[in-house]
Structure formats: C-alpha cells, structure tokens
Design a binder for this molecule. Sequence first.
Ligand SMILES: [Zn+2]
Length: 214
Amino acid sequence: MIRKMMNRKVVFKMVVLFIVLTLLTNQIMPYNNKHIFPDSIAAEATKALSYFPELDNVAITFKFKTHIKKSTMQAQPKFGSFFRGRSKRSYVVLINKNIKIASKEFKTDAIPKDVMIGWLGHELGHIIDYQHKSNLELLWFGITYLMSENHIKEAERAADTYAVSHGMADYILKTKNFILNHAEIDNSYKLRIKKYYLSPEEIMAMVEQRTSAN
Ligand SMILES: [Zn+2]
C-alpha cells in the first residue's frame, strides 16, 4: 500500500515536471522547436516565419556571425543535412552581428523592426527556393551562383518574389527603401541592390497583379 502511494507520488511529480518543462520550452521557443533564433530577434523571426507555414516543419537556425563576406544575411543548407535528401534538409540563416551595409555599420537593434522582418523574409524566400531544388540542382545552383552575375540576379529576385508572393510585400519594400533612402549607405551597395534585386516598382506591380487576380 505504502509502495503504491509512493509510486503514485512519483508519477504525479513526473507529470508535474513534464508539464512545467513543456511550458518552459514553449516560452523559450514560442514558434516551434524546428526554428531556433537568438532572443534579440525572436519577435522579428517569428513574424517573418508566420508568412511561410510550409516551413513549419523545416529546421532553420538563425544565428549571428561576426563576419560574412559581402552580405548582410545568408541562408544556406546545413552541410551535414545536405546528403539526407530534400525533406530532411535543414538550413541556417547567418546574420551579420553588426549589420554592415557597405561602409556604414548598423547595430542589429538599431534597425527598425519592419526592416529586419523584411530582411528575414527575403532569406526565407531563399529557403523556399532551395526547398524546390533537388540535391543535384542545389549543388549546381551553388556552383553557378559563384560563377555568374546572372545567376546571382536570378537567385535574389527569386527570393524577393517568394517573399512577396507569401504576402510580405510591405516588409520587403521597407527593407529596400531603408537601404535606398539611407544617405550614409554607399552608392555601390545601392547599385548592387538595384542590379540584383526586385525594384520597388516591380514589387508594386506584382502586388497589383496578385490583388486583381484574387
Ligand atoms: Zn538574398
């Protein structure tokens, strides 16, 4: 009898512990456990991810890095997961710790929230693009991206297009305008943005087309 009581107590304690742990985990990771991001951009990452329900079950880690060549953020498949096949692929989005746009440096928390959401949305657009590719196509994509400007343009415009078609046009526009209208940002970076990415006018045209189609 006493042993039975003890067992019940243990079971009860385990159940309480389980519930507490579950609640705690949900607090730490408000979206789901497939997505990992630093606390400082949790709100922005969660918001951007909410536009991409098809990525709910895709493992994505957002993390800060001190130096990324040439870019502010970079989405890429995790190397180890690459050989596991498309459905089990996982991704990492690297974010420059101090978002450096050409010679002008911004602390990540000095960037307006909506601009950050747009930026993350663009990266998630890249992941959608990768999800549509087989391993071989992805490998080929990686090689050609490095070799030709046309491929960079194709990839960046695809990422923008996916973000816009997922309803993020306003955020993408804010990110673009933030760069294009910031006097301190180098002209060379602005030219790069104009050369490879969708223009604000193209985005507006896409939105109009979408609304008239609905
Ligand atoms: Zn990009």
